[in-house]
Each structure stands twice: as C-alpha cells, then as structure tokens.
Design a protein around this ligand. Structure first.
Ligand code: MLT
Length: 241
C-alpha cells in the first residue's frame, strides 16, 4: 500500500499551493491536499474562532489511517499539533519552512492589527505584502507567471478564513517541549533564502527532534516547494521511499 501523504498549506494559502507536489508525488504516495477550514471557499465564509489544534482536529477526523503529515509554515504548526494531539494519526513528519516556537508579544500584536485591517479592507493588501516574503526577488524576476499565481491564490482567500487563521496562529502554544518526544521519522526542509522563518529556526527544529534530517534548498525562499520543486520533491520522495 502506498504511504498516505497529507499536505497542509501555509498562510494565507490554499490547497493549490501544493499542486506541484500532488502531481509529482502521486506515484509513490496517496496524496491529499485539503484546505484548512474556510480556505479556498467562495464569498463571505463564516469561520468559527479557530485554533491550530482545531485545524489539526479537522484533519484528524478525515485521516483514515496514520499519515505522513507534511506542512509548510502555518501548515507545519498544524502538523506539529497533529503529532501532539493525535499521535496515533501520524507515521511521519515533513516540516517545511516552519518553527516550533510561539509568537512573540510583538508578532501577536501585529497579527491582531492585520486581522483588523483585513476586516476593513479585505485580503488584497495582505497578498501584496506577503508576496515578497514568500518568494525571492530572483524567483519573481525569473518566473513572473508563477509569482502572479501565488499572489492570486492569496488574494482570493476569504477574509473570514484569513482572520480566523491570524488569531489561531497568534494563540498557538510553544511546541518546543514536544520535539524531544517525537518518535516518527522526520524530515525538515527549508530554503537558504527564507527571510520569514530563517534557516537557523529550521536547524534548531531538526536538532531538537531525534533522528530528524535537515535539507536546505539553495536559493529558495519561504515557499520552497514552489521555488525549488525538483529538489523539494526529490527530498520528500527519498524520505517516503
Ligand atoms: C505562513 O507562511 O504560513 C505564515 O506566514 C506563517 C506565519 O505567519 O507564522
């Protein structure tokens, strides 16, 4: 039986962030890339107050058997929540461009202000502000079409889902104490040019999880699966097989 691979998107993304991996890895894994609560829906979506553990509970409900949980950034926060709260559902972890720590007070305040602005103005300004944090300037210059798709993916997310995720991330617990107790095979992936979550955070994450392997993709920024898909897919494929 092929390994069930659950791809968990970041913020403010949607399941299409993983389109490349769904296509590239389906020969070795049963790949699913669900949308977190409210994301990818149309119109004025009403999302109840969410927590990162709540997103993990949504995913656990739909996971038929233990999965390899692969999450990028916010998706990594959710993958760690799955490992903490539903360990029986997790047989492996791929933690991409993510961290275990909680928000600082300053980051939390920033999320609150962003949520208020999304409430007033919608998501367009956020897509513009996030794009340079997601992709390196070199990649945007080289692949303007892909960059435009990434911006459009962010801009079409419903405000309700985005606001709920901002509050969920702000309130997330520090998962650092969990890391030493993780017993499933773990791969940590990042890009050398990630400015949103610097490489040092991924190094610390990999060092704290017993037996975890770290892969740093040269030149890739935060959306490492989009910027360096071949190397990203190769690393995940090797890990799965
Ligand atoms: C993400 O890419 O999922 C978010 O930027 C993570 C975060 O804001 O902490």
């Amino acid at each position: 039986m092929r390994v069930p691979l659950l791809l968990i998107h970041g913020f403010p993304h949607g399941r299409t962030a993983w389109a490349g991996q769904v296509a590239a890895l389906s020969d070795v894994a049963d790949v699913t890339a669900p949308s977190l609560r409210g994301f990818d829906e149309d119109g004025d979506v009403v999302v109840p107050p969410m927590t990162i553990d709540g997103y993990a509970a949504d995913l656990a409900r739909h996971a038929p058997s233990p999965v390899v949980a692969c999450g990028l950034s916010m998706g990594g926060y959710v993958a760690l929540a799955l490992a903490a709260r539903f360990p029986e559902k997790v047989r492996g972890l791929v933690l991409c461009n993510t961290r275990a720590g909680a928000d600082s007070d300053e980051a939390r305040a920033g999320r609150g202000a962003t949520a208020q602005r999304v409430e007033r103005e919608g998501v367009g300004f956020l897509a513009d502000a996030m794009l340079p944090k997601m992709l390196s300037p070199e990649f945007v210059a080289r692949s303007p079409g892909v960059a435009a798709e990434v911006r459009a993916m962010m801009a079409r997310q419903p405000a309700g889902a985005v606001i709920a995720a901002l509050h969920a991330m702000a309130a997330r617990p520090d998962r650092t104490p969990l890391l030493a107790s993780i017993r499933v095979p773990t791969l940590v992936i990042t890009g050398s040019a990630d400015t949103l979550i610097p490489v040092s955070e991924s190094e610390a994450l990999a060092a704290a999880i017993p037996g975890a392997r770290l892969v740093v993709l040269p030149g890739a920024a935060h959306l490492s699966n989009v910027e360096a898909p071949d190397a990203f897919d190769r690393a995940v494929r090797e890990f799965l097989t």
